[in-house]
Design a protein around this ligand. Structure first.
Ligand code: ATP
Ligand code: MG
Length: 138
């Protein structure tokens, strides 16, 4: 199995934020986690990406148990996340911001996603070399 969550649980005191969640995703499959405010979506992603540790359960990626591992290790294994509120390095250029994310993945080349960037073809009003703080985010 490509990616699997087994019976994951995280309670905050009496709040059962994630209570026995299991799911599996095949390679190439696109899935969504949906639910109302407070359903536990962000908590689930925080558990998967190592921002918080589960009370119990497992997160398995490419047959490796990454449950409760650090965000650094989990990122190196190839799991990435984005945030609802975008954080950038405002004084780096747009291009440099993207490269930070790519270079942060110090994983073997064979496991890296293909990344290509052709600033000169990125549109008639090329903004890749502008400071990111001057760019529209969203
Ligand atoms: N660090 C925390 N400490 C205590 N309670 C928390 C913590 N993080 C989340 N919760 C609670 O866990 C529950 C799930 O919250 P979570 O943010 O995961 O929901 P969500 O599905 O992402 O909601 P939204 O759609 O509003 O983003 C909520 O009741 C929330 O108040
Ligand atoms: Mg959320």
């Amino acid at each position: 199995m490509f990616f699997e969550v087994k019976n994951l649980r995280k309670w905050f005191g009496g709040v059962k934020a994630v209570d026995g969640v299991s799911l599996s995703v095949n390679q190439g499959e696109i899935c969504s986690v949906i639910g109302p405010n407070g359903a536990g979506k962000t908590t689930l992603f925080n558990l998967i990406t190592g921002f918080i540790r589960p009370d119990s359960g497992e997160v398995i990626f490419l047959d490796e148990d990454v449950t409760g591992k650090s965000p650094k290790l989990i990122t190196e294994r190839g799991i990435a996340r984005s945030f609802q509120i975008v954080n950038i390095f405002p004084r780096l250029t747009v291009y440099e911001n993207i490269m930070v994310a790519v270079l942060a993945q110090q994983i073997p080349e064979t496991r890296r996603p293909a990344v290509s960037w052709e600033p000169e073809t990125a549109g008639s009003r090329n903004r890749s070399s502008h400071a990111a703080q001057a760019s529209i985010v969203g």
